[in-house]
Write a protein that binds this ligand. Structure first.
Ligand code: SF4
Length: 65
């Protein structure tokens, strides 16, 4: 799994952080911070939930399996 984010579209809602705090954080300016762009398999389901929850739909997941 490889994650990319279209940072310009982030509205700082924080749904991604709630869904997968291991992978996403928010900066002081309320823009998403990607802590890990290729998370371990155990986190994939949480990352998919984060992508679904993002109201701006800016979390893009590329699967390699
Ligand atoms: S859920 Fe989407 S819009 Fe909200 S902080 Fe995360 S990436 Fe940004």
């Amino acid at each position: 799994m490889k994650i990319t984010i279209n940072y310009d579209g982030c509205i700082g809602a924080g749904e991604c952080v709630m869904a997968a705090p291991e992978v996403f954080d928010l900066s002081d300016e309320a823009v998403v911070v990607l802590k890990d762009d290729s998370p371990a398999a155990a986190l994939h389901e949480k990352v998919r939930a984060a992508a679904r929850a993002c109201p701006a739909a800016i979390i893009v997941i590329e699967d390699d399996e």
